[in-house]
Design a protein around this ligand. Structure first.
Ligand SMILES: *Cc1c(COP(=O)(O)O)cnc(C)c1O
Length: 442
């Protein structure tokens, strides 16, 4: 049996339809180096979406591979309850040093959803034991995505993911969110969205429900799974400030947008705000190993001291795994040494590549937008919509033919390549994108 046949018999794939496997079976990947994935039959694919928004420095970066190898030889794993190790301590210290505000502690977990749950439970528990038991409801944005576990799904405002499970999910206050379909990277420097009717409505809702709200959960600047919507830095800044003024904790979900994706180390930096709790994951280990954490504002942990019953009794078995933390330490070093110095130039190159696709495929694209190294194109399928509305699948298939990993979110095609992508590689990504669009919609 081939690997694909064995896969189809044994593996249940995430976020996939069984019905699609016949048309586009899982593609065996044998190797990866830099921005390229190599299929088992020797084809090269540009990783246009950083293998689900993770890979920052290119695949197989020697500094990260070396850190992982050395750490695995020295100490593979030990529980973080009652023990500690250098990689966890150094990573926590390094994060606190560069974090967007005055953060005092790092709580480690192992995936993005778990980080969101940690932050939600911390906020909730702090109210319980600090005389605010009525504050037990969460607010979140419409069109948001915070993960798939029940707590994280509970604060996600995207019906496609939550509808089926709605009976299991908490009663969340959803706030309207502006859309700027043609957001430009320069808009991150402006107050875009702050004066929108949606911002006014959202603020009014926060004010009306402040007494019952413990926290507002938000993705800063880019709603990733929400078709890369960009509500505006001004919108984000206004909501953070308003919530904090009302005593509502702000949980920033920087899982997709931190570590340079928007052109700054943290997306919150653009808005000049310091959320109370910041969730990190995808790029935290350089995108190589599962790892997540919550940055906790200085003093927030005081509410958990002074008595056993006040402790935060939350854990994940692999919390702070040494090998993952060692990758994280190496990744942050690379960030400062190799990524951040050239990032503005990379963002400009993204702008050019994006403009070239928009010009070549004008009739097929309704709007395009950019925030740093994230670019999105809303497609205009018109009467070329593939059978069954499977536009995303058709483009994914055509992208692979053209030599790129593209995985549109419904009718929005996006790029989120490794930050190390070169001009030539961006040109190749743009060319493959144009090929794929012409094949499906041309
Ligand atoms: C991916 C993602 C999550 C969930 O992370 P997992 O590791 O998949 O659980 C949460 N929030 C955002 C913004 C994400 O992009």
């Amino acid at each position: 049996m081939s690997l694909v046949e064995r896969d189809l018999a044994a593996v249940w794939h995430p976020a996939s339809h069984f019905a699609d496997h016949e048309r586009l079976p899982p593609i065996p990947i044998a190797k990866a180096q830099g921005v390229m994935l190599e299929t088992a039959d020797g084809r090269q694919l540009i990783d246009g979406i950083s293998s689900w928004w993770t890979c920052l420095h290119g695949h197989g970066h020697p500094a990260i591979v070396g850190a992982i190898t050395q750490q695995a030889q020295r100490l593979d794993h030990v529980m973080l309850a009652g023990f500690t190790h250098e990689p966890a301590v150094v990573l926590a210290e390094s994060l606190l040093e560069v974090a967007p505000g005055n953060y005092g502690r790092v709580f480690f977990a192992d995936c993005g959803s778990a980080a969101i749950e940690v932050a939600m439970k911390m906020s909730f528990q702090r109210r319980r034991q600090n005389g605010e038991p009525k504050r037990q409801r969460f607010a979140a944005l419409r069109n948001s995505y915070h993960g798939e576990t029940l707590g994280a799904l509970g604060v996600s405002g995207t019906d496609a993911y939550r509808e089926l499970f709605a009976p299991l999910l908490p009663d969340v206050l959803y706030l309207p969110t502006p859309a700027h379909p043609s957001h430009r990277h320069e808009d991150l420097r402006t107050e875009l969205g702050a004066d929108s009717p949606e911002a006014d409505q959202a603020v009014a809702l926060l004010q009306a429900h402040a007494d019952e709200l413990t926290a507002l959960v938000m993705e800063p600047l880019v709603q990733g799974a929400g078709k890369m919507a960009m509500p505006g830095a001004g919108f984000y800044a206004r909501l953070v400030r308003e919530a904090q003024a009302l005593g509502i904790h702000v949980i920033a979900d920087e899982i997709a947008v931190a570590f340079g994706r928007t052109g700054e180390l943290f997306a919150s930096t653009w808005a000049g705000v310091s959320p109370d709790l910041v969730c990190l994951s995808k790029g935290l280990s350089g995108g190589v190993l599962p790892l997540s954490c919550v940055l906790v504002t200085e003093g927030f942990d005081d509410g958990f001291k002074g008595g056993l019953e006040r402790s935060f009794l939350h854990s994940h078995t692999f919390t702070g795994n040494p090998i993952a933390c060692a990758a994280g330490v190496a990744s942050l070093r690379l960030m400062h040494k190799e990524r951040l110095p050239g990032l503005a130039a990379r963002v400009e190159a993204m702008t050019r590549a994006q403009a070239s696709v928009a010009a070549s495929c004008a009739g097929m694209i309704r709007a395009h937008r950019q925030a740093g190294m994230i670019a999105a194109f809303d497609l205009n399928p018109g009467d070329r919509m593939p059978e069954g509305g499977r536009l995303s699948l058709a483009i994914r298939e055509a992208g692979i033919e053209a030599g790129a990993l593209l995985r549109p979110l419904h009718d929005t095609l996006y790029w989120m390549p490794p930050l190390s992508i070169t001009d030539a590689e961006l040109d190749a990504l743009a060319a493959a994108t144009v090929h794929a669009l012409e094949a499906v919609l041309g």
